[in-house]
Design a protein around this ligand. Structure first.
Ligand code: GLC
Length: 441
């Protein structure tokens, strides 16, 4: 037999090699190259067996760019396939889904994206893995301290911070001459400019019966020096908290806001503001990018400032610290691969991508300082805005507490009960939770 191959054999082979080389050089540089990132993992995994992990997250504002991050991950780790389980946007809905899955020992999900308020509950129930062996003290130093605190429960770390949400007051720069520092100043500005500018709403926020309402109501309560728990004592039923809640009730019912906002979650407020229907809006940072997209009625006219404080209050303005993290299901069959995914999603490069394309605030301090050095008009000032945020009560009982607050704040805003009764109900409910704990049931 002639050992030399005929030309008909070599030509297709040469063409195939050429196609591979051309594709690589043409497209390789346009992607964030997985081999050039800063995420050399601290664990080694053998490449022999292909593993599939399931990653679950909710919401629509960041999906597109999360999916890009996942396909880049799969390029870097071809032996790991990531399947996506996507849930609706509401934090309450997502929590309920995970809680019922974990209660029945679910093994099907490996990585979940979690709200900062779930950490204590998920950790204390043993539903998620402690990550201290993966996420070293050294690694933690690269993240914002508040975000790390929000991932920690009883000195163990259970999550890696994805994004840190600090609420902002958005205002129409083309109508409002200067950012208000107090709630009263904002109210005066609405009275002065609403009719002349023809907008429908003065101030929009998140007033629907859900977690977002608690964030908004607490900001009013904190604005006048009130609080829920202070030094271990229940202090919700105080004159300061009453002043805060009453001010919010009046704002809704006396034409500064509107009872319409009692149906609003984040995206509803954003759409109202984006369509040019509101002078002021309280929302999270993700809105800034959306408000300035091509075609937005108010592009270029969006001012931002900290959440205003109450007149006469001695403390500075205070926003609720929000944020989302990544956790690993305790029953995951592939915790090492799950960790690699989390490490990738929270890497410097992915946080830059997430903030640039999704408008989400990062959790790595270096991403912020780089934005600051580039004089970025939004993220450049974000770290200083983050100095004045507060946590919602941190407790495994938070789900019961938030339910209590949601229903009572909502009833007060609808004027079904007065603000004083709402606070008294919350106080009584909290005392009952404590009593139950003391009696061990
Ligand atoms: C944002 C925050 C989250 C909060 C939620 C309320 O997503 O990051 O912490 O619970 O809003 O709607």
């Amino acid at each position: 037999m002639n050992p030399r191959k005929p030309l008909a054999f070599w030509i297709p082979l040469i063409i195939a090699v050429l196609i591979i080389l051309v594709t690589f050089f043409a497209f390789g540089e346009n992607l964030i190259s997985p081999d050039k990132d800063n995420t050399d993992s601290n664990i080694n995994i053998s490449n022999d067996a292909r593993k599939t992990i399931v990653f679950s997250f909710g919401g629509i504002d960041f999906n597109v760019n999360l999916k890009t991050q996942i396909s880049l991950f799969m390029q870097k780790y071809p032996h790991i396939e990531v399947k996506i389980l996507q849930l609706p946007g509401s934090t309450d809905y997502q929590r309920n889904s995970y809680v019922s899955a974990f209660k029945s020992g679910d093994e099907s999900v490996d990585v979940i994206m979690t709200d900062i308020i779930w950490t204590a509950e998920f950790a204390s129930n043993g539903w998620v893995l402690p990550l201290d062996d993966y996420f070293t003290q050294e690694m933690r130093k690269e993240f914002i301290k508040g975000a790390i605190d929000g991932c920690t429960y009883e000195e163990k770390i259970y999550a890696i911070p994805k994004r840190s949400d600090v609420p902002l007051l958005y205002y129409r720069k083309d109508i409002i001459p200067k950012a208000p520092e107090t709630i009263e100043e904002m109210v005066e500005m609405v009275k002065k400019y609403k009719a002349s500018s023809g907008v429908k709403y003065g101030y929009v926020f998140q007033g629907h019966l859900y977690e977002g309402l608690v964030c908004n109501a607490l900001e009013f309560i904190w604005a006048y020096g009130g609080d829920v728990i202070r030094n271990g004592e229940i202090v919700i039923n105080s004159p300061e908290s009453l002043k805060g809640l009453q001010t919010m009730v009046d704002i809704v019912n006396e034409g500064i806001s509107s009872p319409d906002v009692l149906n609003f979650v984040e995206d509803d407020s954003m759409l109202a503001f984006q369509d040019g229907n509101a002078l002021f809006m309280r929302n999270w940072p993700y809105a800034y990018k959306q408000l300035n997209v091509e075609g937005s009625a108010i592009k270029g006219n969006v001012g931002i400032c900290p959440i205003p404080k109450g007149e006469g209050a001695t403390q500075r303005s205070t926003g609720t610290l929000g944020g989302w993290n990544y956790m690993i299901n305790k029953n995951s069959k592939h915790p090492d691969e799950a960790w690699l995914l989390i490490e990738w999603l929270t890497s410097y490069d992915m946080q830059v991508l997430d903030s640039k394309t999704g408008g989400n605030p990062p959790t790595r301090t270096k991403v912020y300082s780089d934005y600051e050095n580039q004089n970025d008009p939004f993220f450049g000032q974000m770290l200083s805005l983050m100095e004045n945020v507060r946590l919602r009560p941190v407790s495994p009982d938070y789900p019961t507490l938030t339910e209590l607050m949601q229903i009572n704040f909502s009833n007060a805003l609808y004027k079904k009960i007065d603000a004083q009764t709402a606070l008294k109900n919350i106080e009584d409910g909290m005392l009952k939770i404590m009593e139950k704990k003391i009696n061990g049931n």
